[in-house]
Design a protein around this ligand. Structure first.
Ligand SMILES: [Fe+2]
Ligand SMILES: [Fe+2]
Length: 137
């Protein structure tokens, strides 16, 4: 397993936590597909699922922030945008055979997601807790 879920990642908002767990699972699925000896045939469909799920999750988080007038939205949206562009670039390069989805790529995705959840998403939830939008868990 490349990415071990840790309860420290929990934000306390059930839907966001469920999405984050799904993203962690998809990164682990990619890691397994890379090692299963099938020549990585499953990599692209799983990668596309990760990209799709990530985009939906970001859109939902952004709706949530707008709805609750969360501070620092622009900074957070920008982070999401950069990641979506990165995933689209990786997918298209892999599709064209220009670059493989490698362990370096997966480690990058894991580290990015871990940092984003622990810093940016947690900060968003803390600020909303301060505004009494989120009840403590
Ligand atoms: Fe986020
Ligand atoms: Fe998130």
């Amino acid at each position: 397993m490349l990415f071990v879920w840790n309860d420290d990642y929990k934000t306390g908002i059930t839907k966001i936590d469920q999405d984050h767990k799904t993203l962690v699972n998809l990164i682990n699925d990619l890691y397994e597909a890379m090692q299963d000896g099938s020549g990585g045939a499953l990599l692209l469909p799983i990668f596309s699922a990760l990209k799709h799920y990530t985009e939906n999750h970001f859109a939902e988080e952004e709706r949530y922030m707008v709805e609750h007038d969360a501070p620092d939205q622009e900074k957070h949206f920008q982070e999401h945008k950069l990641m979506v562009a990165k995933l689209a670039d990786l997918e298209s390069r892999h599709r064209k055979g220009e670059a493989a989805i490698s362990l370096i790529t997966l480690s990058f995705l894991r580290d990015w997601l871990k940092n984003h959840i622990c810093m940016i998403d947690q900060e968003m939830v803390l600020q909303l807790k301060g505004k009494d939008v989120v009840q403590g868990t």
